[in-house]
Design a protein around this ligand. Structure first.
Ligand SMILES: [Zn+2]
Length: 245
């Protein structure tokens, strides 16, 4: 293939842009800010689950507290009723004796229920403290998640901006390469990742191998507008003043 040297040199600009585009794609796929965000988002989600479990447990115990209070109140009310009837001396001697007896049982029952109530209230206090602590951690971590999102999005936006810029420059450079040479470059790029390389001091910039002997003589003697390729990696080899020919 024939192509004016100025068109061939543009391939080096194109290769530099394509290399940078590949670096940016790699950077996006391995963004530390994205990894940090994912880590903290996973921890936040686990904390969220933990908070929901703690709140559910607290609500369950609160219902126990309410039931316990109601039970104690019921016994107190019944004892108060008996006491006032006893005080008023209502009923037969047998009835009054039975009520007196029941007051004793009610007092024991009340003491038991109050012990249970105390135990359940202590559990409720412990769970309240758990919920308060988890809510605090949740709030702090929510802020950290927001910061991680912002850091990741800023890094992605920076990459996108550079990609847009490279896209414009690439279109500009590719326009001056010419269709036939560009097609060859793209074909090699699809196979090897880099379509063209500079020949620097008799070394291929693509595979880094030194070109010697008959290959070197053939390249040195090829007319400037002849498109030559590396025998090792088959990339387009662009000759410049640095080629050492
Ligand atoms: Zn090569």
């Amino acid at each position: 293939m024939k192509a004016d040297p100025s068109r061939q040199w543009r391939l080096l600009d194109l290769a530099a842009i394509d290399t940078r585009v590949a670096q940016l794609a790699h950077r996006r796929a391995n963004l530390p800010q994205a990894r940090e965000h994912d880590e903290i988002a996973a921890r936040f989600s686990a904390l969220d689950d933990e908070l929901v479990r703690a709140m559910t447990a607290r609500d369950d115990v609160q219902r126990e507290v309410n039931r316990s209070e109601a039970a104690v109140q019921q016994v107190r009310d019944r004892a108060a009723r008996n006491q006032s009837r006893l005080d008023a001396g209502q009923g037969s001697a047998k009835e009054l004796q039975a009520m007196q007896h029941e007051l004793g049982s009610l007092a024991r029952r009340q003491a038991e229920l109050e012990d249970e109530q105390l135990e359940v209230m202590e559990r409720a206090e412990g769970l309240d403290a758990d919920v308060a602590r988890l809510e605090g951690e949740h709030e702090t971590m929510r802020g950290q998640v927001e910061q991680a999102v912002a850091a990741r999005d800023a890094a992605l936006a920076e990459i996108a901006t550079e990609e847009d810029d490279l896209g414009r420059r690439r279109a500009n450079v590719a326009g001056g390469v010419g269709e036939d040479l560009l097609a060859l470059y793209e074909k090699i790029r699809a196979q090897t990742g880099i379509g063209a390389a500079e020949l620097v001091q008799r070394r291929c910039g693509g595979c880094r191998l030194e070109i010697m002997g008959a290959d070197l003589r053939r390249i040195a003697q090829a007319p400037d507008d002849e498109v030559v390729r590396c025998e090792e990696c088959r990339r387009i080899l662009v000759r410049t003043a640095e080629s050492g020919l």
